[in-house]
Design a protein around this ligand. Structure first.
Ligand SMILES: [Zn+2]
Length: 65
């Protein structure tokens, strides 16, 4: 047993594009961005940055019995 063991998912650093407008909270993962991506909310320019995010979890479909 290691001390400090938690059940929290580890955050990983993900490249994202963030809206340059400080009042706009929009951002998209870079992996989902398109070339020349503009803000989906205010259509403004976006800035490459990084964010700490939990890893993407694949939703498992419940299997019908
Ligand atoms: Zn925006």
């Amino acid at each position: 047993m290691t001390a400090g063991e938690t059940n929290k998912p580890k955050l990983s650093i993900v490249n994202i594009l963030k809206c340059k407008n400080g009042e706009c909270k929009a951002w998209v993962r870079e992996e989902f961005a398109v070339p020349g991506q503009v803000c989906p909310i205010c259509q403004g320019p976006m800035l490459r940055t990084m964010k700490h995010l939990p890893p993407l979890q694949k939703k498992i479909k419940p299997q019908p019995k």
